[in-house]
Ligand binder design. Structure first.
Ligand SMILES: Nc1ncnc2c1ncn2[C@@H]1O[C@H](COP(=O)(O)OP(=O)(O)O)[C@@H](O)[C@H]1O
Ligand SMILES: [Mg+2]
Length: 325
């Protein structure tokens, strides 16, 4: 990928937007990065869009930008590695620290911390690939099926964009779902499926504490909010505000801010829930570098909250740069 200089404006900050990488979510990240770079350029900043590669760390060490905006979904970005390195270099970075990112990146860790803070989290069994092999798939899955009745969701212990996620409504599909999840991660989660309305809540903190933006309701055209539904316009209908009413919206906003705080997240996150028929939000996961593409939820929540991407990303960059000095 080329690293074009998108815009030059001496009044703004010098920001490097990181996008691409070698994770399973490379293409999504490239789309997010372009949108962020455009928004920051529109806010008057000097922006360089950069793919992380072997030249990145020397580049940052010599360029010393005012801030880095990582738009790297999946490993290297969301697993905290690069965030630790940026801190070691003393470069201001938008978003969570490496250690907070790791808490959110591991879905089992995030779920247990958030459950400990009082939020509803679907009952689950977490299995390492090694234990699965050692104890034998057949006997492990027998115990799983008896403990978790009804429809299940099987997913990798970390990752995003619904890759490796299978909804299991026929127990015979469980072994295949496990194999699929293990192709993405050493750990797989088997979780009780929550029926209800899927909602994503963006949390933004531009210096005055974390605030939830308008919760966004997700209605996939074909039933499941999978990879296709996420990145093809028209595959999903979004409602912002959601159709669930003000009380549920308030409960969701409170739950999202509580999850963000409990995991020690910073600046920006997106917390995903399913709201059941009683109006209870069930926590699914928190994303420290949420999708920022043209069909993503956070840009939609920003618009629905009466602001715009240049304003929000610009504030985040200014806050990060101020933190460093
Ligand atoms: N326990 C669950 N109940 C119902 N649907 C779920 C559950 N867990 C995951 N899903 C569905 O699978 C999708 C992906 O799961 P999620 O945990 O959010 O992983 P990802 O990081 O890939 O987005 C969700 O958007 C939701 O549609
Ligand atoms: Mg999700």
């Amino acid at each position: 990928m080329e690293n074009p200089l998108i815009m030059s404006d001496s009044s703004g900050l010098y920001v490097v937007v990181l996008a691409g990488g070698i994770s399973h979510e490379r293409d999504v990240s490239l789309r997010s990065g372009r949108r962020v770079a455009d928004a920051l350029a529109a806010a008057g900043h000097r922006v360089v869009l950069r793919d992380p590669d072997a030249g990145l760390l020397p580049f940052l060490a010599s360029e010393r930008p005012d801030a880095v905006f990582p738009a790297l979904h999946g490993s290297s970005g969301e697993d905290g590695s690069l965030l630790d390195l940026l801190r070691a270099l003393g470069i201001a970075t938008v978003g969570s620290t490496g250690s907070a990112a790791r808490r959110a990146w591991s879905k089992p860790v995030a779920s247990s911390l958030v459950a400990g803070a009082g939020l509803s989290v679907p009952e689950s069994i977490v299995l390492s690939h090694e234990a699965f092999r050692e104890l034998g798939a057949a006997s492990v899955l027998r115990v799983v099926r008896e403990a978790l009745e009804g429809d299940l969701v099987v997913k990798p212990g970390s990752g995003g964009s619904a890759q490796g996620v299978t909804i299991v409504d026929d127990p015979d599909d469980l072994p295949r779902a496990m194999v699929e999840a293990f192709t993405y991660d050493e750990v797989a989660i088997v979780e009780r499926r929550v029926f209800g309305t899927e909602i994503a809540v963006a949390v933004v903190d531009t210096g005055d504490g974390p605030r939830a933006l308008t919760p966004v309701e997700i209605e996939p055209t074909h039933g499941v909010y999978g990879f296709q539904a996420r990145y093809n316009a028209g595959e999903t209908t979004f409602y912002a505000p959601s159709r669930l009413g003000d009380d549920v919206a308030t409960a969701l906003s409170d739950a999202a801010v509580l999850a963000h705080r409990t995991l020690g997240l910073r600046d920006l996150s997106r917390v995903d829930f399913v709201v059941d028929g009683e109006g209870t939000p069930w926590f699914l996961e928190a994303n420290v570098i949420p999708g920022l593409t043209e069909t993503s939820l956070v840009p939609l929540a920003i618009e629905a909250s009466g602001t715009d991407a240049p304003t929000v990303y610009g504030s985040l960059v200014r806050a990060a740069a101020a933190r460093a000095s």
